[in-house]
Write a protein that binds this ligand. Structure first.
Ligand SMILES: Cc1cc2nc3c(=O)[nH]c(=O)nc-3n(C[C@H](O)[C@H](O)[C@H](O)COP(=O)(O)O)c2cc1C
Length: 446
């Protein structure tokens, strides 16, 4: 693969027993180990064997999802791996920038530059009650807070120049205090004095990831994100999203290669298409239909349990996009769009949504899966994929041992890690310290 050639990137979305709704009942999964470090260490080792750029954990602050806290899990994994990056989801609605800047700087130091932040504004309204808040802010306000949150966090990371730590024993100087700055941030939502109490992260900033697809989400991504996760059901929709987001970058002084677009993909793969279909049918047979209907009903804002399974999905009854204060509004759009386009029955749609919870799923042979990936990549619907294996660890194993070599043979994917940091592997530049330039000018003026 030539140095200038565009190449694929892969992230694995880690989630309990897997992404298929029936995963936890599949005999090869081990649902009881989903709070165990050994389990996640095993998944990280497979991701590294497959030369994945990163692994990612989702998060929210309510419900009964049995989620390990991301920094705790990812710091433990940092000590057990060498190459794979770690994307921690942290909401800007229920955190403080100082804590978040410090935790990411710590994770980036402990992992030697492999940390990334999935910046979310939080899609669960139930979070509010766990923080003594009477309500979950509406989406525009959440993004307004998120925008300021990211800005102050960056300023905190920039509050140390790279060479502020001197440790010159002869001169008896540990720190060059002229290279550490107060932030003195006064905004609409946050007031932070600074400086941060830890040196600038090895990557400058951890890689900034964004996962919202609404108008405000796309703007935040265009302004600040370096990777964007998204759920798209068809290559046409993926291409529209790709072109739309990339075209927004210029107004922020950025170039299209500074933001990688990674749609989610749930691959149900086997050596032959027939075997893959068999696996899919088996997984579908494990699912509790009523409960899945309930989940789909949340996206539709219509109780689908009130309709026969063979009725068409009642898209016309769904509330208009953007009218929801909570939930993943852009996922709502994706799901309704797919149902409208293909005029599906509720039963057909259920089966389609089991695997990818709104993300596209693809069922086929190794070669067909590689073709699918190649098409989305070469026709600019994706720069890489957020892989959602239907079942862990078997789905990830199959992808790594079969699909990855096929993509390597086609010259589409690396055969060794290019760098040591996540930024280097993703081909992203290290951000300059904005303070450094400002203070250098001031020093010159004096
Ligand atoms: C792959 C992926 C993972 C996501 N993970 C989370 C998550 O862990 N926590 C969260 O609150 N939102 C998560 N989201 C949702 C978005 O960050 C965002 O909050 C949501 O899409 C609503 O914003 P939007 O209307 O701009 O899309 C995820 C979205 C995608 C595509």
């Amino acid at each position: 693969m030539g140095k200038s050639a565009r190449s694929l990137h892969f992230n694995v979305f880690i989630r309990g027993s897997g992404h298929h709704a029936g995963a936890w009942k599949h005999p090869s999964s081990d649902p009881k180990s989903d709070l165990s470090l050994d389990y996640y260490a095993g998944l990280a080792a497979i991701a590294e064997r497959g030369l994945f750029d990163s692994l990612f954990t989702a998060d929210n602050y309510s419900g009964t999802g049995r989620r390990l806290e991301p920094f705790t899990l990812l710091s433990a994994l940092a000590g057990l791996t060498k190459h794979v990056g770690f994307i921690a989801t942290v909401s800007t609605t229920y955190n403080d920038p100082f804590h978040v800047a410090r935790k990411f700087a710590s994770l980036d130091h402990l992992s030697n530059g492999r940390a990334a932040w999935n910046i979310v504004t939080g899609h669960s309204a139930a979070d509010a009650a766990n923080f003594g808040r009477s309500e979950h802010p509406e989406p525009t306000k959440r993004y307004d807070i998120g925008d300021e949150f990211v800005e102050v966090t960056k300023q905190l990371w920039d509050s140390w120049e790279e060479d502020a730590l001197v440790y010159d024993r002869e001169a008896d100087v540990a720190l060059d205090s002229s290279k550490i700055y107060e932030v003195d941030f006064k905004g609409n939502y946050f007031n932070v004095k600074g400086p941060l109490n830890i040196a600038r992260p090895p990557q400058g900033y951890p890689v900034l990831v964004q996962a919202g697809s609404s108008e405000s989400g796309k703007e935040l991504a265009a302004k600040t994100a370096e990777v964007i996760f998204t759920a798209q059901q068809t290559i046409g929709a993926a291409q529209e999203f790709y072109t739309d987001v990339k075209s927004r970058l210029a107004k922020y002084g950025r170039t299209p290669d500074q933001l990688l677009i990674m749609p989610g993909l749930s691959p149900i793969v086997a050596d032959t298409e027939a075997e893959a279909r068999e696996l899919e049918a088996y997984l579908d047979s494990l699912v509790d239909t009523k409960r899945s209907l309930q989940r789909l009903s949340n996206y539709f804002t219509v109780d689908l349990n009130d309709y026969p399974l063979d009725a068409l999905v009642p898209v016309e009854k769904s509330k208009p996009f953007g009218s929801l204060n909570t939930g993943i509004t852009s996922r709502h759009e994706v799901v309704i769009d797919a149902a409208r386009r293909d005029r599906m029955t509720i039963r057909q749609f259920l089966s389609r949504s089991y695997a990818g919870h709104g993300h596209v799923s693809f069922t086929g042979s190794v070669l067909q899966t590689a073709d699918f990936i190649e098409k989305w990549f070469s026709e600019r619907g994706a720069d890489g994929f957020n892989i959602l294996p239907p079942v862990f660890p078997s789905g990830l194993d199959t992808f790594v041992d079969k699909v990855i070599p096929e993509l390597q043979n086609r010259g589409l994917f690396r055969t060794a890690y290019e760098g040591t940091t996540l930024r280097e592997n993703l081909g992203l530049a290290r951000p300059e310290n904005r303070n450094k330039r400002i203070w250098a000018l001031r020093r010159e003026a004096n």
